[in-house]
Ligand binder design. Structure first.
Ligand SMILES: [Zn+2]
Length: 73
């Protein structure tokens, strides 16, 4: 989703909505896929507005900041 690089799902991580916000891992509903371990891919996806598009919902900047911290510290 971020860099549009094609990869098998084993090398991707899935972001979707959980009860308390964005979660990583298997989930129900719409998911956004990113290259596992790639902050560059994540940031590119944020900059280009792919999260709201993939999840078909507004995604607050604070949600994305929290997710970035969880994934990359
Ligand atoms: Zn990527």
């Amino acid at each position: 989703m971020g860099c549009r690089r094609r990869a098998g799902t084993a090398r991707l991580l899935r972001v979707s909505w959980g009860p308390d916000g964005l979660v990583v891992g298997p989930g129900i509903g719409r998911g956004a896929w990113l290259c596992a371990g790639s902050q560059r891919c994540f940031d590119l996806a944020v900059r280009t507005g792919r999260f709201p598009r993939a999840l078909r919902a507004e995604v607050a900047g604070a949600e994305l900041d929290a997710l970035r911290t969880r994934l990359f510290g």
